[in-house]
Design a protein around this ligand. Structure first.
Ligand code: SF4
Length: 69
């Protein structure tokens, strides 16, 4: 599954890092780093992270190819 994080929206709340630490990582001044191709065993965690993001910055799966934000 593909994901995109809108880094102009991301406020570094780190909810996603907490929920899916293998996919999302916060790096001080660089901000959020993440894996765009999510491994199958992380998909459910990433969906939870997307739902938990306070600013809906995480776009997952089908919505990525559709260009939906
Ligand atoms: S939960 Fe949302 S705002 Fe917080 S670090 Fe992750 S993408 Fe950014």
């Amino acid at each position: 599954m593909q994901i995109v994080v809108d880094l102009t929206r991301c406020q570094g709340y780190a909810q996603c890092v907490f929920l899916a630490p293998e996919v999302f990582e916060l790096h001080g001044e660089e901000g959020l780093l993440y894996t765009t191709a999510v491994p199958d065993d992380q998909v459910e965690r990433v969906r939870q992270a997307a739902a938990a993001c306070p600013v809906q910055a995480i776009v997952v799966g089908e919505a990525v190819s559709a260009g939906v934000r």
